[in-house]
Design a protein around this ligand. Structure first.
Ligand code: GLN
Ligand code: ZN
Length: 754
């Protein structure tokens, strides 16, 4: 069968995907109203149709020529793909008939005690996907990409539709298959994909985007070969663009070029240098190239002149009639539009581009490349030039401080020497008990926080009352090391961002994290410094209430960096160093206020790891250094804690040890002790609190369960190295669960001490 003719006009503009939630988080409200049964299924589905229509129209109105279909999702596109392929675990009691929203949400969120699919990070982004659980046999449940493409055709016309599918290779990688198992399963998936693609082609959808971002990661033995075989077979079914993003494809470039597919999509933002080097080696004359030249991951306005030069360079290897330009990846990771940000300083606003502005940039670029001088070009470039001159970005004092950091500033007294000083000061029992920082965030607390501006006195009183309540509760439960409970924070990054210069907060800068959950990352636009002490008032008060040690609670530089949009005019490592100095100052102030221990959360330390292993050592070096800048000024008798939200340490244990924290608490409650082995083999020297129960579940652990977990830890680690704590903060739980769980935890620890 021959494929429909390829419609491809020179320098067509496109994006791999577009945001789903829309301004004011329309989709979030739709979903949550449906979940709480405030709307019927019919009304929900009607709302979704309207939203999808609007999403398509926005792209068309901004002049986008080649518009993705199938990128919208009720919850997550990996889940959609799993459902299309019949991957519904038995526990959901699926009868095999058509899959609607109810079953989709059951897999995503669990239902009536049936646990949902596991959720995890999508590549190195803050988007989360649901990990598919594969059945023995795949089967096509519905040709969803075709339905989506038909829907889009009605709105924007067939010539503008680009069906988008998550490719079978990446799908299986995301289901955590490897090596020969991956190859076998891929063979089984190919016929199903073939059918989907044939039907699309038969309806005249000329070019189809197959997302294969796994090609920018390290591939195992035989995996690239399995990929090649699959696409050899798929290529005749339709005209395919193999789309990659988040990095370069250097190791697989030759394989890609030799495939009989219609074209390739490459990322020239993140993967710029290596992908350009690939092109220099030649690009096949029979293929189209979709070049990602404006950034889909960060919010800074594109320098159009520079982007134009980049496209011209690319065009010296690929003639314009075979070249399309687009964003480096789906715009899913950007907020909708800068137009909603009227409260930002105008110079900063002028320097930003969210999803809609990216579409404008593509329109301008395409115009300029076709030889026009499009209206808007000069204004865009002027805004950028003005920002480069903007004085509020710079603080010479901060820059000088960073430049002056010496090696010894990042070094504390040796652990073996400071440990006895801390023990003598703290006088803790063996197996000391503590928590990770936050206590439940009740509706009353959220209400009190909203008073902050309107009625500062009432706000302060409410926060103090809450701190006192939480301290008394912990004393009563019998915890050894107390926390203040973080009642004044709604977000562990935003809270610090709001109190530092160089940070801006948006009003509507929401980005989907998963399902209905959106985050609003702060924007780091300039040199960072504290505006004043950030946590001292609350922590001093907390410590004044009790004889037991209270642990100060800060967020670390890497986590702040990872969960923000970061400036690009200086290296990330330098921004990290600036934040680290601010945290260092805060540690000193907390010591002055009488605190004997401070926890610096690095929840996102591992997330920052580059996608390719060869790039890890460089990251690890500056990430560890930033933690050591933050902590290096602490007195030896001050105990420094850190917390990380994962437990796969095997591959980075050296970095964790190099951070030189006195105590690290980790999220280990769901892993099966593999961690302890790693720690034993490595002879991890410092203290460690393996999470003894899982706070992500409402279940209350029994005393025996806690004892069992601790015995597991003690089989591998010396007694004087082990702490007892839950595996993460308690803020999403309710007191009904938290109080009995902590009581059992404390009792379990006491039993073992005997
Ligand atoms: N201290 C924070 C809390 O307890 C840590 C949160 C996290 O690890 N994500 O909420
Ligand atoms: Zn955590």
């Amino acid at each position: 069968m021959s494929n429909p003719p390829i419609r491809f006009s020179p320098l067509t503009t496109t994006v791999p995907g577009y945001p789903r939630v829309a301004t004011s988080r329309v989709y979030k409200s739709l979903l949550e109203r449906f979940w709480s049964q405030k709307t019927s299924l019919e009304a929900f589905e009607e709302g979704v149709r309207e939203l999808r229509t609007e999403r398509l129209r926005v792209q068309r109105e901004h002049g986008l020529e080649w518009i993705p279909s199938g990128d919208f999702s009720l919850y997550d596109h990996v889940l959609d793909t799993a459902l299309m392929l019949g991957c519904v675990p038995e526990r959901f009691g699926w009868s095999g008939d058509a899959i609607g929203p109810e079953l989709t949400f059951a897999l995503a969120r669990g239902k009536d005690g049936v646990p949902p699919l596991e959720m995890t990070k999508w590549f190195d982004t803050n988007y989360h996907y649901l990990v598919p659980e594969l059945p023995d046999r795949f089967r096509l449940t519905a040709n969803r990409p075709l339905e989506d493409a038909r829907f889009a055709r009605e709105i924007v016309g067939v010539e503008h539709v680009k069906p988008v599918l998550l490719g079978p290779f990446t799908f299986l990688k995301l289901a955590r298959l490897e090596g020969s198992e991956l190859a076998t399963r891929l063979d089984a998936l190919v016929p199903i994909y073939e059918e989907v693609l044939r039907e699309l082609a038969a309806e005249g959808f000329g070019l189809i985007q197959m997302d294969e971002p796994s090609l920018v990661t390290d591939l195992g033995e035989g995996e690239l070969e399995a990929f090649r075989r699959a696409y050899e077979r798929l290529a005749p079914a339709a005209s395919l663009i193999v789309q990659t993003y988040y990095g370069d494809v250097a190791p697989s470039y030759d394989t890609l070029c030799a495939l009989p597919v219609a074209g390739l999509g490459l990322d020239f933002v993140r993967g710029r240098d290596r992908n350009l080097a690939c092109l220099q080696g030649g690009f096949p004359a029979d293929k189209l190239l979709v070049a990602g030249v404006v950034d889909g991951r960060n919010v800074w306005r594109t320098d159009l002149e520079a982007a134009k030069a980049l496209v011209q360079e690319i065009a010296s290897f690929v003639p314009p009639e075979r070249l399309a330009i687009g964003s480096s990846c789906s715009l899913l990771h950007l907020p909708e539009t800068v137009a909603s940000e009227q409260a930002l300083p105008s110079a900063l606003r002028g320097a930003l581009a969210f999803a809609q502005e990216r579409l404008e940039e593509l329109r301008l670029l395409a115009g300029a490349l076709r030889g026009e001088r499009p209206e808007g070009w000069d204004i865009a470039q002027a805004a950028l030039a003005a920002w480069r001159e903007e004085a509020s970005r710079f603080d010479e004092r901060v820059q000088a401080r960073v430049a002056a950091i010496r090696e010894e500033d990042t070094r504390r007294m040796a652990y073996a020497q400071r440990r006895p000083l801390q023990d003598a000061r703290l006088k803790l029992p063996m197996l000391p008990t503590t928590t990770i920082g936050s206590f439940p965030q009740t509706p009353e607390l959220r209400k009190a926080r909203r008073l902050r501006e309107a009625d500062p006195a009432a706000y302060e009183a409410a926060i103090r009352e809450e701190i006192e309540r939480v301290i008394r509760l912990q004393e009563e439960i019998g915890l050894d090391v107390l926390v203040h409970g973080e009642p004044e924070r709604n977000d562990m990054v935003q809270f610090f961002g709001d109190q530092m210069k160089g940070f801006a907060t948006t009003e509507e800068g929401w980005v989907q994290s998963y399902g209905s959950r959106c985050v609003r990352p702060p924007i780091i636009f300039g040199d960072v410094d504290r505006l004043g002490p950030m946590t001292v008032k609350e922590l001093r008060y907390a410590q004044s209430l009790t004889e037991r040690p209270v642990k100060g609670m800060l967020t670390g530089p890497i986590t702040i960096l990872q969960w923000s949009f970061v400036r690009e005019d200086i290296p990330r490592r330098e921004v990290a160093a600036q934040i680290a100095l601010a945290i260092r100052d805060e540690v000193r102030d907390l010591e002055e206020a009488g605190l004997s221990m401070v926890q610096i959360d690095e929840a996102a330390f591992r997330e920052g790891l580059p996608l390719r292993r060869e790039d890890w050592p460089e990251y690890a070096a500056w990430a560890v250094r930033s933690f050591r800048i933050a902590t290096g000024g602490a007195r030896p008798e001050t105990q420094i804690h850190t917390h990380m939200c994962y437990s796969e340490f095997g591959d980075m244990i050296e970095s964790i040890a190099a951070m030189d924290a006195d105590v690290i608490s980790i999220e280990d409650a769901r892993s099966e002790g593999a961690l302890f082995e790693t720690l034993r083999e490595f002879r991890y020297p410092q203290q460690i609190g393996p999470g003894v129960y899982d706070i992500h579940s409402p279940n209350v652990p029994s005393v025996e369960f806690v004892e069992e977990r601790l015995r597991g830890a003690l089989a591998c680690l010396p007694l004087d190295q082990v702490w007892v704590n839950p595996d993460c903060g308690l803020k999403t739980r309710r007191y009904e669960e938290v109080v009995p769980a902590l009581r059992n935890m404390v009792e379990g620890a006491r039993n073992l001490r005997r």
